[in-house]
Design a protein around this ligand. Structure first.
Ligand code: SF4
Length: 125
């Protein structure tokens, strides 16, 4: 059975609510290529009460792992679409994913407004 990304004995220490979504789709093809399946699980999820400097350092290390992962794009899209609320996925922290999602929502709204405006112009013309 393929192991999900971030899988190792260390994942067992991650609070249960942070793991299941990744486990649910563990048969997705991109998981089999995930670099983090091996042994870096503790890099990707914050332990409780992690000091800021330690968090930043850990997240940078996790991003370096993601940077050499062949399925980074797939992983990132997965984390954005779920959405995954915790951890580093696809080279993005949870906060960075929230920014990406907010940008996407704004772009979608702008496109809808432009489409409505175009429709009104076509009807008037
Ligand atoms: S991009 Fe990062 S989090 Fe995603 S599978 Fe690869 S190493 Fe894991």
């Amino acid at each position: 059975m393929p192991q999900p990304p971030h899988s190792s004995a260390q994942v067992a220490a991650v609070p249960a609510q942070r793991v299941p979504v990744r486990d649910r789709d563990q048969d997705a093809p991109w998981h089999t290529e995930a670099v983090c399946r091996r042994d870096e699980a503790s890099l990707f999820f914050a332990p409780s009460k992690e000091p800021t400097a330690a968090r930043l350092s850990r997240e940078e290390a996790a991003k370096r792992v993601c940077g050499r992962c062949p399925v980074m794009v797939e992983c990132r899209e997965h984390a954005l679409l779920q959405p995954e609320p915790y951890g580093v996925w696809g080279g993005l922290t949870a906060a960075e994913r929230r920014v990406v999602l907010a940008r996407r929502r704004r772009r979608e709204v702008e496109l809808q407004k432009a489409a409505r405006a175009g429709s009104r112009i076509a009807q008037a013309g």
